[in-house]
Each structure stands twice: as structure tokens, then as C-alpha cells.
Design a binder for this molecule. Structure first.
Ligand SMILES: [Zn+2]
Length: 200
């Protein structure tokens, strides 16, 4: 990889204070998942999740991926992120069991974020592991620690060959330099107001 992007380090932006999905008007929980006892809860809106699953299914044995956008929030003594959009890394080089996020993919992503998703926070990245399960490989950990080292950054992994229950997992930071050892589940919600304000 030959990337020249600024990495902010382990400090993230200050979380926005607001109630989580399900406790907020216009939102409802579709799949509660298993919440972690502590640390970051990861919510994903139904549409970006469906979009990722669709791309994962179409790509079959080829790894695909992209970037995650949304908000980093706090409510009382809990912290959570809400994934409200995914941006596919169209210029990432996809191959069997291999995915490279090159400088073109990152540049394209930043252009897309500025144009289409102003005001969103970069929450991390997602990619597929067709047929080989939910974990972060050594290469994945390199990407995650190099570019997504802040406390609100997450990595979503999708195995389109797995059954529906084990098909999607998320990895979050448990402490400085320490990623959750196993995949956690995402909490899936729907934001009804998003449909009305959605720009096409
Ligand atoms: Zn991977």
C-alpha cells in the first residue's frame, strides 16, 4: 500500500449526545443482536446493511468492501455508533481472498463523502470473507490499526457463504490497541424519517 492520508491517532471526535435508535422518534429496532456488556454498541440502519449484503452476494467468491459513514454518539454512560451509509470501494482491487484498498479507492471515497454525505463521520470499513468466516486477518488488522485506530472506528466483516445468523459481524476497539477478539453482532434499526429526507 502506498497511502498518504492523515491518521488522527487513537483519539476520535467527541461523541454527539442523543438517545440511541429505538429510543428516538422515527426509529425502530429490527434485530437487537447481542449487545456487548460494555464498550461500543454498533447500530446499522437497514438500508446500508442491505446494500452491503447485496454487494457481498453478487461478488460471490471475490472479496469486496467499502467504507462506513454515520455518527458517533453518547447517551448517559453508553457510547454507540450508528452506521447510516456505506460507500463501496469501487477502485479497490478485488480478488479471491484478497482485497487491496489503494490510494485511488481512498481518494474516491473522500470525494464521495464530501459530495453526498456532508456532516457524516467516518466510522470504519467493511469487507467480505467469502466462505471463510468472521475474523480479522493479519492484513485486516494492519489496515484497521493503521487507518481506523480511533475509539469509534469499527470493521464489519461479511461472509456471504455463511448462514444468515453468522453472515455479518463487527469488530470494535475494546481498549487502546485491543480489538474485540471475536465478531460481535450489529443492532439493526430502521429510520423512517430518513426515507422522507433522502436525496436521490
Ligand atoms: Zn479480511
Amino acid at each position: 500500500m502506498n497511502l498518504r492520508i492523515r491518521v488522527k491517532g487513537a483519539r476520535g471526535p467527541e461523541p454527539v449526545e442523543r438517545p440511541p435508535p429505538g429510543a428516538r422518534e422515527g426509529t425502530k429496532i429490527l434485530e437487537p443482536g447481542r449487545r456487548p456488556p460494555s464498550g461500543l454498541t454498533v447500530y446499522v440502519e437497514r438500508r446500508p446493511l442491505e446494500s452491503m449484503l447485496r454487494r457481498a452476494g453478487v461478488a460471490g467468491d471475490y472479496e469486496v468492501g467499502g467504507f462506513l459513514l454515520g455518527a458517533y454518539c453518547r447517551h448517559r454512560d453508553t457510547r454507540f455508533v450508528e452506521i447510516t451509509a456505506q460507500v463501496p470501494a469501487l477502485k479497490a482491487e478485488s480478488a479471491r481472498a484478497h482485497l487491496t484498498f489503494g490510494v485511488e479507492a481512498v481518494r474516491e471515497f473522500h470525494e464521495t463523502q464530501a459530495e453526498r454525505y456532508p456532516g457524516t463521520t467516518v466510522l470504519g470499513w467493511w469487507h467480505t470473507h467469502p466462505g471463510y468466516g468472521l475474523f480479522l486477518s493479519a492484513d485486516d488488522l494492519f489496515i484497521h490499526t493503521s487507518f481506523y485506530a480511533a475509539e469509534h472506528h469499527v470493521a464489519v466483516v461479511i461472509d456471504p457463504r455463511a448462514g444468515p445468523r453468522e453472515a455479518v459481524g463487527v469488530f470494535a476497539w475494546e481498549g487502546p490497541g485491543e480489538v474485540s477478539p471475536g465478531a460481535r453482532t450489529l443492532v439493526v434499526y430502521e429510520d423512517e424519517r430518513r426515507r422522507k429526507t433522502r436525496r436521490t
